[in-house]
Write a protein that binds this ligand. Structure first.
Ligand code: IVH
Length: 683
């Protein structure tokens, strides 16, 4: 949403929150590597919603939003990757409103009561599955495509990677509607997760953080043969588009059809006559859900009748006829044995709780996050304390609180060290920052962190460079900067513990292959503060080489869609540093200087131009048009803003056309676009 002008000049908590949420969306949806729990993410979102509502209580600015048109695009993350074909959902895949609060659940019911003028609304209650969302499209009962959520409007076609899943119906029996989109979730069992990670560990490959991430990574594998080696599972619960529309009149009928088709559907499905019974079902489900084969993190409560869905409608983000009630995460008590200080790649010191191992939500937990020094002080956490831990969304467990009644008199307040646990340099903390930092860039823990990040799947994606290998390379002084990786010889690799001829060759080959990675990956791998994969792609598309990016001015940077002032400042600081200059020289001397080829280069009139495609095109699909525009160096975007260079409008262009006209954005028809595509130099 747009912000009143006066707010824009000062980078505020609002801007920070938006950047942070964008980064977490990218990590969760596109890279399957979330850093925070779902609950922590929900808190950030709630804070942003509150701030936005405070700034704009009447919703006036969201009506004329220039950057993101809430009316035309659902506000969900985006998992799409360039390497997959896209498929447009017939019915958009929205998100769900969620709550952790009983009162809010009944307020949801009250809102609907008002719409329908009745106190008794028939709901269904079913589990909320914590997997990877998928949409299956069937024509006359035959599976045509399996598509990820994508941006809610169109997703990636992953049929090849999931069609082998046991129980996934390739053909539905009669009676079946002409066209139907069935929605569900893909997941992976803990057992399979552990089997795969064990194998990866043996091969020195990066480990996956949890089954959900591994399932998401598997769905997006480029090689379907590899996907087939991993056991994915599926559970179906939802209806997208259906033709004829009146084939089902409510969710109970649809659920019965899933059963008749013998497809894997949710074990728990209750139809209830009013909200108070729905609440009882929610409580019952919370008791039963741990016995299910898939992970669940809540209950979803939906109006049963499809006619009522249509009448209640949707917001930009979610339907008004459904809500997710998220269950409190499981908590356990255990003893805090020690506080270990971890040094991150940026030098930030993160305290980690070492715990007496305890069973929690299906796994054994022995480490938990303590966030930072202030958090330890605020909660007065002491070594030797009994503490409560919780595992939200199966990511990193957290220490929630101390059980004060059980504190022994010997427990003394924890005093946060003044020096780095690795290199003993005095720690520093800048104003407004939560974390203490080690300022020594050569601190070996920082070096290891930078290398791990550089090689990670979301960055340079270097196989055979797992944690243990990185540790050895740094400890043996073979690598001190990321660029040193490219000078590593097979002989040196052979000197590493556990390495033989073949493994040494593999490592050197993987490093060599990484020189072919796209420019955006290298930009991302540099670890510039605030620059994630999405921003790295925007930067690569605009500047075409690291050399161009390194000399880009602050003004040039902020003029790019998606790059704010905070990020632009951070990019400038990074490239002004003399250490960066020599790093880039080193990369280039080893032949690592990816560029975007000539026909996309600055010489092209298409470079830096943003096109929005709207309405129906005759000669090609919008995806094809977007691909051709991008191949010439242009950018295809989905919403019209004042930075849009051209709107390409086919019949039915609708609100985007109105907006383009209002903002004075030039409008092209399809024949004109085609003429430019034929003769790109004439644009
Ligand atoms: S209904 C129009 N029901 O959770 C959106 N969603 O956080 C209706 N999910 O997008 C979604 N279990 O991917 C629905 N029983 C369930 C679900 C479920 C998991 C996912 C789904 C949704 C997301 C929202």
């Amino acid at each position: 949403m747009a912000v009143p002008r006066s707010e824009k000049s000062q980078p505020s908590r609002l801007e920070e929150l938006r950047a942070e949420i964008k980064r977490h969306d990218e990590l969760y949806y596109r890279q399957a590597l979330p850093e925070i729990s779902d609950q922590a993410y929900d808190l950030l979102r709630k804070e942003l919603d509150r701030l936005e509502a405070d700034l704009d209580p009447l919703g006036l600015f969201s009506q004329v939003d220039e950057e993101k048109s809430k009316k035309t695009e659902p506000q969900v993350g985006d998992d799409r990757l360039e390497s997959f074909a896209s498929h447009r959902h017939i019915q958009p895949m929205l998100s769900l409103d969620n709550t952790y609060d009983e009162k809010e659940f009944f307020e949801f019911d009250k809102r609907l009561q008002k719409i329908f003028g009745t106190e008794q609304l028939c709901y269904v209650v079913e589990p909320k599955i914590d997997g990877v969302a998928i949409s299956l499209t069937y024509q006359r009962g035959k599976l045509i495509t399996a598509t990820t959520r994508g941006n809610g409007i169109e997703g990636d076609v992953v049929t090849q990677n999931i069609q082998h899943i046991e129980g996934l119906p390739l053909q539905l029996s009669e009676p079946v509607p002409e066209t139907i989109e069935i929605r569900g979730e893909i997941f992976m069992s803990h057992q399979e997760f552990e089997r795969i990670n064990l194998e990866r560990e043996k091969n020195n490959l990066q480990l996956y953080a949890n089954p959900r991430n591994l399932a998401a990574g598997t769905v997006k594998l480029l090689d379907p043969k590899e996907a087939r080696q991993r056991k994915l599972e599926i559970v179906l619960y939802g209806l997208g588009a259906c033709n004829p529309q009146n084939h089902f009149s409510n969710l109970s009928e649809f659920h019965q059809a899933l059963k008749n088709w013998k497809v894997p559907s949710v074990e728990y499905f209750r139809t209830v006559p009013e909200a108070k019974d729905a609440w009882q079902a929610i409580l019952e489900l919370d008791q039963l859900r741990h016995g299910y084969g898939y992970p669940t993190d809540g209950a979803v409560i939906k109006l049963n009748s499809f006619a009522q869905h249509a009448e209640a409608g949707t917001t930009a983000k979610s339907p008004r006829w459904a809500i997710a009630y998220k269950f409190e995460t499981e908590r356990q008590e255990t003893t805090l044995e020690n506080i270990h200080l971890q040094v991150g790649r940026t030098g930030a010191i993160t305290p980690v709780a070492w715990l007496t191992p305890v069973q929690l939500a299906g796994t054994q937990v022995s480490r938990a996050s303590l966030h930072n020094a202030d958090e330890i002080q605020r909660k007065d956490i002491r070594i030797g304390d009994r503490v409560v831990v919780e595992k939200a969304g199966e990511i990193i467990p957290q220490v929630v609180e101390v059980v004060l009644s059980q504190r022994s008199p010997e427990c003394v307040p924890y005093s946060f060290p003044k020096t780095c646990p690795c290199c003993e340099t005095s720690l520093e903390r800048s104003e407004g920052e939560a974390a203490w930092k080690c300022p020594n860039l050569n601190c070996s823990e920082q070096v290891k962190g930078r290398l791990r990040y550089f090689a990670s799947r979301g960055c340079m994606d270097i196989d055979h460079l797992g944690e243990a290998v990185v540790d050895q390379l740094v400890d043996q002084n073979l690598v001190t900067r990321t660029s040193d990786l490219y000078a590593l010889t097979k002989e040196q690799a052979l000197s590493l513990e556990g390495f033989a001829e073949k493994s040494a060759e593999n490592l050197i080959q993987s490093i060599e292959q990484s020189k072919q990675r796209d420019l955006w990956r290298l930009i991302c791998a540099l670890g510039i503060k605030h620059v994630g994969a999405a921003a790295a792609k925007d930067l690569a598309r605009t500047f075409h080489s690291l050399t161009n990016l390194s000399t880009a001015s602050f003004d040039q940077l902020v003029s790019i869609d998606g790059i704010g002032e905070i990020m632009a400042r951070s990019i400038r600081e990074f490239f002004e540093d003399s250490q960066t200059h020599s790093l880039l020289e080193e990369f280039a001397s080893h032949g690592l200087s990816p560029e975007i080829e000539m026909d996309r280069s600055t010489g092209s009139p298409w470079s830096g131009k943003t096109f929005v495609l709207s309405g129906t095109l005759q000669a090609m699909t919008r995806d094809e048009a977007a691909a051709r525009i991008e191949s010439l160096g242009g950018k295809a975007s989905s919403s019209v803003s004042k930075r849009t260079s051209f709107l390409v409008a086919g019949p039915g262009a609708g609100s985007k056309l109105d907006k383009a006209e209002k903002l004075g954005v030039p409008v092209l028809d399809e024949p004109t676009l085609l003429a430019y595509l034929e003769k790109p130099e004439t644009l």
